[in-house]
Design a protein around this ligand. Structure first.
Ligand code: FES
Length: 61
């Protein structure tokens, strides 16, 4: 199994590098490869993924 690295980007999403398995509230699972950006501001219309909404909401974190 390869390592997966998670980095909190300044004022932006969590960046996952490597293979991750994302299970949604409806129980479906997606396997993401390479880089995946996960929302941590709460404003994305495409949760759990970042859609860039953190910028227009001036997310600080
Ligand atoms: S972190 Fe980008 S939309 Fe939430």
């Amino acid at each position: 199994m390869s390592d997966t690295k998670i980095t909190a980007l300044a004022n932006g999403p969590l960046m996952a590098e490597g293979t991750i398995h994302v299970t949604k509230p409806d129980g479906t699972t997606e396997i993401k490869e390479n880089k995946t950006f996960l929302c941590r501001c709460g404003h994305s219309a495409n949760k759990p993924y970042c859609d860039g909404a953190h910028k227009k909401n001036n997310f600080v974190g």
